[in-house]
Design a protein around this ligand. Structure first.
Ligand code: CP
Ligand code: NVA
Length: 311
């Protein structure tokens, strides 16, 4: 089956740095066009008869629905696997799973724990592998976030994104994106929850500024964004995190010091009253529902690119 994808070198999307700035420009333009077709009820099925395996080792709402609906809309189909209902949960080696699964499908999306797992799967896969979230990165989400920014405000180049909260998979991916696409991140994380520069990789010194005080990080920002205090896989730290993160709640005071037209984003799911106040997430500067919807449109463009190349 995976025939035409075999003719091209395999491209994986395991972290934000796997595509170039030019390729991102292409994908954003394709996402806008694919979204317009969707809104006009116009059929667009470039992936007819293609199949994607979706492997989930952690829970998901948006990632599952956006990939699954997106693949069907493009004419393809999906196979949904979890640790509990496959041999993945019974310690079949990742290499063997990758060899087998990738002989039967055209694309694989994986949500798992360590980045090393997805890297290993990709190394043994005959078809492109997409990171649907690991402990270290969430590139599809940042792809959607930047597309959403562009839709609302135009190019993100030269702009300032304030990250308020955990130095987690989302923060790491924002930092990679800032380097690649030429914007700045103001990062404020509680002590002990900083990003690990070794995970993020080589960076230009100008693209990040660190702030102890989250209010200062938001000063003059074009976009303020945050995420849960406790990510999936870190639940045992929940109580300690609740204490450490108490001042890292994006509220109206933080939004007031950002630019007057600043946007608020959150990858969701959100906890109102923890990392964000209800007034902010449900307020006029919040674009979280567009952000969630755009997961589907950008991922359709990404899948099209990985399977068919630049169309
Ligand atoms: N934002 C995001 O990835 O959501 P899910 O965990 O619901 O997939
Ligand atoms: N940082 C969060 C994102 C959820 C979409 C997590 O990893 O749980």
């Amino acid at each position: 089956m995976p025939t035409s994808s075999q003719a091209m070198p395999i491209r994986h999307y395991l972290q934000f740095t796997d595509l170039t700035a030019d390729e991102y420009a292409h994908i954003f333009q394709r996402a806008a066009s694919i979204k317009a077709k969707f809104k006009a009820y116009e059929k667009y099925q470039p992936l007819t008869d293609r199949t994607m395996a979706m492997i989930f080792e952690k829970a998901s709402t948006r990632t599952r629905v956006s990939f699954e609906a997106g693949m069907y809309q493009m004419g393809g189909s999906v196979v949904h696997l979890t640790t509990g209902d496959s041999q993945l949960g019974r310690a079949e080696p990742i290499e063997d799973s990758a060899r087998v699964i990738s002989r039967m499908v055209d694309l694989v999306m994986i949500r798992t724990f360590g980045q090393d797992k997805i890297e290993k799967f990709a190394a043994y896969s005959r078809v492109p592998v997409i990171n649907g979230l690991t402990n270290e990165f969430h590139p599809c989400q940042i792809l959607a976030d930047i597309f959403t920014y562009i839709e609302h405000r135009g190019s993100i180049q030269g702009k300032t994104v304030a990250w308020v909260g955990d130095g987690n998979n989302m923060a790491n991916t924002w930092l990679q994106a800032a380097d690649l696409l030429g914007f700045k991140v103001h990062l404020s994380t509680p002590s002990g929850y900083e990003v690990d520069p070794a995970v993020v990789g080589v960076r230009s010194p100008d693209s990040t500024q660190f702030f102890k005080d989250p209010m200062q990080a938001c000063q003059g920002a074009d976009l303020v964004t945050t995420d849960v205090w406790t990510s999936m896989g870190y639940e045992a730290e929940n109580e300690a995190r609740k204490k450490a993160f108490a001042d890292w709640c994006v509220d109206e005071d933080m939004m007031k010091v950002a630019k007057p037209d600043a946007l608020f984003m959150h990858c969701l799911p959100a906890h109102r009253g923890e990392e964000v106040s209800a007034e902010v997430i449900d307020g006029p500067q919040s674009v979280v529902w567009d952000e969630a919807e755009n997961r589907m449109h950008v991922q359709k463009a990404l899948m099209e690119f990985l399977v068919l190349g630049k169309v």
